[in-house]
Design a binder for this molecule. Structure first.
Ligand code: COS
Length: 382
């Protein structure tokens, strides 16, 4: 594996870093408090090509590779994890599935505007009763002539309350055995009669990334809005989540890197017992461990990205990257607060936000327990 970035990858990384430093970082503590969805910044990111990095150019995207996506998402998440969530969901969960399966008409109507963030999409798999056990879906789509009638509820949907369309997993054949073969994927416009979004959830972290419950009551959806074949929805969801987990690994990596840099700077400024904190071995060791774990997370994430780009199966690598990067982010945020002492516990210092933002990376797009389950299946398979 070549660890040097290509000219194109470096260019995209620098583009993301400049935007993150100049625009996202100053806004991050403010939108964390106001919980305001960063429409303008995300639209600018769409214009810069950061919202459809792997989408082919003919579909309105940047046409770059997965490593470019990872390095850009790390930069964005380092500055603002809320914006990192929005970027990750848009690139991986929305655009990746559309690139894989969309018909030419669906590409024009959904993929092209999603790649530029002119239309915001969501990925609706989680339900009140279907979290980690994703195949126990209850949202029902009943075929009626040239359309489906959809009834059900989804929850914890990123961008759910602000989106223009939804990628929704529904049961089309309740008698299918095994049950996951009865799940299909539909594209549902937010203006469809019978659709409604709940109030934004009040969250511990990533507060500016809207998260809402969604409800579908007798929503009429044309057959032509099915993404992929009937009964092929679960497999599509799993493939899309593989891509998503690389994104969350990159987001967690950005948070861990932010913790490292904040701790390094603070340890050099703050003096105790007559010398900077950085002169004390207890602090040096924490910073050394933070740097090592963050770099290990980066290498796992890049490996998964390279495998995806080479069109090899990367389920295992994505699970390892997400697991390790997420746990590193939470660990690093904890240490960053410890190094900052009382100052780390107040909102004036960014590490307090990093600590709250890091936690979700161990939960969404498959908990750390689900990642361990996937990894163990690979290790223990015949
Ligand atoms: N890529 C392609 N296909 C996959 C796949 C993957 N990564 N993972 C599973 N599949 C396929 C299997 O090959 C199988 O297909 P066939 O019926 O054709 O053989 C089918 O999907 C069912 O697989 P499996 O039996 O492994 O499904 P399980 O119900 O045991 O679920 C886990 C597997 C637990 C991994 C899955 O439910 C999961 O990822 N859960 C977490 C969900 C999640 O991340 N939720 C967050 C939502 S977004 S915030």
């Amino acid at each position: 594996m070549n660890l040097n970035l290509t000219d194109e990858q470096r260019m995209i990384q620098e583009l993301a870093r400049d935007f993150a430093t100049d625009v996202l970082a100053p806004a991050a503590p403010i939108i964390d408090q106001t919980e305001e969805y960063p429409f303008d910044n995300c639209r600018k990111m769409g214009e810069l090509g950061l919202m459809g990095i792997e989408v082919p150019e003919e579909d309105g995207g940047t046409g770059a590779d997965t490593v470019s996506y990872v390095v850009a998402l790390e930069e964005v998440s380092k500055a603002c994890a809320s914006t990192g969530t929005i970027m990750s969901v848009n690139n991986s969960l929305v655009c990746h599935g559309l690139v894989k399966c969309a018909t030419p008409e669906q590409r024009e109507e959904y993929l092209r505007p999603a790649a530029s963030f002119e239309r915001i999409g969501t990925f609706c798999l989680s339900e009140p009763e279907a979290g980690s056990d994703a195949s126990s879906q209850r949202t029902r789509a009943v075929r009626d002539g040239d359309h489906y009638v959809v009834n059900g509820a989804k929850n914890f949907i990123s961008s759910g309350g602000v989106a223009d369309f939804h990628v929704v997993f529904c049961v089309t054949d309740p008698d299918a055995q095994p049950r996951h073969r009865g799940i299909s994927c539909l594209l549902i416009d937010a203006e469809t009669p019978g659709f409604s979004a709940g109030r934004p959830e009040k969250k511990l972290g990533i507060r500016a990334a809207n998260t809402s419950a969604l409800s579908f009551e007798d929503c009429t959806v044309p057959l032509s809005n099915r993404l992929g074949g009937e009964g092929e929805g679960f497999r599509l969801a799993m493939e899309v989540l593989d891509a998503g987990r690389i994104g969350i690994a990159a987001q967690a990596l950005g948070i861990a890197q932010a913790c490292l840099e904040a701790s390094r700077d603070y340890a050099q400024e703050r003096e105790q017992f007559g010398k900077p904190l950085a002169g004390h071995q207890a602090i040096q060791f924490m910073i050394a461990d933070m740097a090592t774990k963050t770099e290990a997370a980066r290498l796992l994430t890049l490996k998964a990205a390279v495998k995806k780009h080479q069109k090899e199966r990367y389920t295992l690598e994505a699970a390892m990257a997400k697991l390790y990067a997420a746990e590193t982010a939470v660990w690093a945020a904890n240490k960053a607060i410890q190094i900052h002492g009382g100052y780390g516990y107040i909102r004036e210092y960014n590490v307090e936000r990093y600590f709250r933002d890091a936690k979700i990376t161990e939960i969404y797009e498959g908990t750390s327990e689900i990642q361990r389950m996937i990894i163990a299946r690979y290790m223990l398979a015949d």
